[in-house]
Ligand binder design. Structure first.
Ligand code: CDP
Ligand code: MG
Length: 726
């Protein structure tokens, strides 16, 4: 951790560098100008100072400005021709013909994702019935981009153009242009190791360096050697092109010149204590003092977005007609696609759109007409500690590279402004240059299982762009061994092969497999499905918090949160999957429908691994044992000082939303950890310590499970051959 310089020093630094134009966005000036009514908006304002200007590129500064009315007139095809990539169409196709592997670099919004597959299609790369594939790190991007391209090609989504994301396949026999998440392509290797049905594969958004994309690099480089007819395109927004080129045996780099208007960057004068509040205030400040143009706000996740959305809606409602119309729209991964589509709809004349987005809007999605960007400087990141095996989602400061990407979103259609809700000093001294690639900071269990299923045994010498830390790799192997997926020689077992069939975390796959033995396969599928949408099941509107919380608590059943989630699904099913029922019980109907889809697919996969859909809904012990069989690493024990994880003695707390919060059991299993100020366990069930010996005999020894309070030692020892692997 970097030490913070004393405040006086920070001030000095700021003062030295404060730009000529100290643009005040202050309360007093604004108040004097606008009517009294605005006081409510502006009684609380933030002072920004302008520090620097991100330059735009020449060409576009000279380009004529297109009026909004004109933009609307331009047809889709004309829009296609207006994209920065269009003048390079022929050169690009020529370069692709000349080289097997090509690195493509171009500013976000230049048309890489939507146009390149279409160019290839038009050029005949699908003539022999082979597909053009394009990977995306994010589900939302895969879906929305496919929808856009289907529209541009005037075909029905799912026919010639389709997408495939986890638990949702929107493709058909006819699909020739296929967008998919990088994780889905990894899974395709299982059924088609040489990707023989593709003529071109585009690894898009390579700069994001997600774990799956990084693994794909190694796999795809390998197949390119024996599939000389397969074209490989690595496309990336910025930077890194040289690094990719080097990795792919000095593949040539094709650069699409950027075109961007200048963006003024503003910083806060002092650090902001509450960035959600600061966002709300800044949005309103912009809305009442700045000329029209849409606002893009970067938040870290769904919960923050919903909070911010509600506050903004409430405040604009109170202001009523006194202000211009402000349309506040959310965008995050779990948002249903019809809602997602809203952000792309044109802003009504005289109104302003304000989009509250996660990182997804940083590079994966391009939203036109953004003039103002608000950047609090944070993103949610997976962080994994191989020493403790603890993985949690942590709100982390973004990198400088990200901050500049975010700012750049403001300069696509005209000169823009970016408001950073941190000080210039913090930008300069506290942000890292680049984000750490995911492969170096997450649990590798998933990927290791997949690579093993592909017959790649030596994971230490796999061709990585950046290798994962050795301990992380070792721990993943150890964990898979404990789950019974690998034998002591590190080879895939029968259980492991079956686990790999599920597009789930190994722990969840193991839970599903274990439900066979405990005769509760049906319940396990429901719970797995609910866990995969869990954060968005309960609806909690700001004006009905009490009723919503009561409704949520009504679903609580003894044993813990997984069982409560099951109960929600069970009752919903009993209601005939009714939306009215959801409404009355403060349940998000959309999330439930998604859970139902996921559940259906899991049922199909259970069939594939030949597990019968047994059910024992009242046997909560069997259900909890199945969960324990998968999640036994996530065990915590209550002792005098509170909960500590069993193997590593890390202090953890039960999340206040848990049904077990008020009556803490001795032994618990948690689904995940969320780090806010402390490590919170989210989705918790009560277990008995002796179950751990039954389900994970080669991970837990009796002495790990001594109960300091009862001093009772578990006696049973069940070491089934099946669990040890074959
Ligand atoms: O991939 P890259 O960032 O280079 O650009 P793109 O995603 O292909 O976007 C090119 C253009 O398509 C942008 O100007 C977007 O406005 C538009 N687009 C859209 O209108 N709707 C989408 N769902 C995706 C892109
Ligand atoms: Mg793109």
């Amino acid at each position: 951790e970097k030490e913070r310089a004393p405040y006086s020093e920070q001030r000095k630094w700021e003062e030295e560098r404060v730009a000529v134009a100290q643009w005040k966005f202050g309360a007093r000036d604004a108040k004097a100008k606008v009517e009294q009514d605005y006081e409510y908006v502006l009684d609380d304002t933030i002072d920004f100072v302008q520090m620097l200007k991100l330059p735009g590129t020449k060409e576009i500064e000279e380009a004529p400005k297109i009026s909004e009315a004109e933009i609307k007139k331009i047809s889709l095809q004309e829009t296609r021709r207006s994209l920065p990539i269009f003048p390079f169409r022929e050169d690009l196709l020529k370069a692709i013909e000349d080289h097997q592997i090509l690195i493509i670099e171009g500013e976000t919004g230049s048309g890489k994702t939507t146009q390149i597959p279409q160019y290839l299609y038009e050029h005949g790369f699908t003539k022999d019935g082979k597909k053009i594939g394009c990977t995306q790190p994010r589900r939302v991007a895969a879906m929305s981009v496919a929808a856009r391209v289907a529209q541009e090609m005037n075909v029905k989504l799912g026919n010639e153009v389709g997408y495939s994301i986890r638990f949702e396949d929107c493709t058909s026999e006819r699909t020739l242009v296929k967008y998919m998440t990088d994780g889905m392509l990894l899974r395709e290797f299982l059924s088609e190791p040489d990707l023989s049905s593709y003529s071109v594969m585009i690894i898009d958004e390579a700069h994001e360096r997600t774990l799956h994309t990084d693994i794909l690099f190694g796999l795809i480089k390998d197949i390119s050697r024996f599939r000389s007819d397969l074209k490989l395109l690595i496309s990336s927004a910025t930077l890194d092109a040289e690094k990719f080129s080097e990795f792919f045996d000095d593949a040539p780099v094709f650069r699409i010149p950027g075109r961007r208007f200048p963006v003024d960057i503003y910083y806060t004068k002092a650090p902001e204590a509450d960035y959600i509040d600061a966002c709300v205030v800044t949005v309103l400040q912009i809305h009442v003092t700045q000329s029209l143009g849409d606002i893009l706000v970067f938040l870290t996740g769904q919960e923050e977005i919903e909070t911010c959305l509600e506050i903004l809606q409430e405040r604009t409602r109170k202001l009523g007609k006194k202000i211009k119309e402000l349309l506040v729209l959310p965008i995050y991964a779990n948002l249903p696609s019809d809602m997602q589509a809203k952000i792309f709809e044109p802003t009504p004349p005289g109104a302003r759109k304000c989009i509250l987005a996660t990182n997804i809007a940083e590079t994966s999605l391009t939203i036109d007409n953004i003039i103002y960007v608000i950047d609090p400087g944070f993103a949610k990141q997976n962080s994994y500690n191989p020493k403790t095996g603890m993985e949690s989602l942590v709100v982390t400061p973004i990198s400088k590279a990200s901050a500049n990407q975010r700012a750049g979103r403001a300069g696509r259609v005209a000169a823009g402004k970016c408001f950073r809700l941190y000080t210039a000093w913090a930008y300069q001294n506290e942000l890292e240059e680049n984000a750490i690639p995911e492969i170096q900071r997450v649990n590798l269990g998933n990927v290791v299982l997949l690579l093993k299923s592909l017959g790649i045994n030596d994971l230490v010498h796999f061709d990585y762009l950046d290798p994962p830390p050795y301990e992380t790799l070792a721990l993943a192997l150890e964990q898979l061994y404990a789950l019974g997926a690998l034998n002591h020689r590190g080879e895939l077992t029968k259980i492991g092969r079956r686990m790999a069939e599920f597009p789930c975390d190994p722990m969840m796959s193991k839970m599903l497999l274990a439900s066979e033995k405990y005769k509760c396969a049906s319940e396990a599928c429901t719970i797995a499905a609910m866990l995969s949408v869990n954060s968005s099941v309960f609806y909690r509107p700001k004006d009905k918090v009490l009723q919503a919380d009561t409704a949520r608590k009504n679903f609580f059943v003894p044993g813990g949160d997984h069982l409560s989630l099951f109960n929600v699904y069970d009752q919903w099913e009993e209601s005939g999957f009714s939306s009215q029922w959801c409404y009355e019980n403060f349940i998000q109907h959309r999330s439930m429908k998604r859970a139902r889809d996921v559940r259906d697919q899991l049922e199909g996969l259970m069939q594939r691994v030949e597990i019968e859909m047994t059910s024992s809904p009242t046997e909560t012990e069997s259900i909890r044992k199945s969960i324990t069989a998968g999640y036994f690493y996530h065990t915590a024990r209550l002792s005098k000082g509170g909960y500590k994880t069993v193997k590593h003695n890390q202090p953890v707390l039960v999340h206040p939303n848990s049904s077990l919060f008020e009556d803490l059991p001795r032994w618990v299993i948690y689904h995940e950890l969320v780090f806010t100020t402390k490590e919170y366990m989210r989705q918790v069930i009560e277990i008995e310590n002796k179950w751990l010996l039954e389900v994970a005999p080669h991970y837990y020894k009796a002495k790990d499970l001594e109960d300091s309070l009862s001093k009772k030692m578990p006696k049973e020892k069940g070491k089934s051959k099946e669990e040890l692997g074959d």
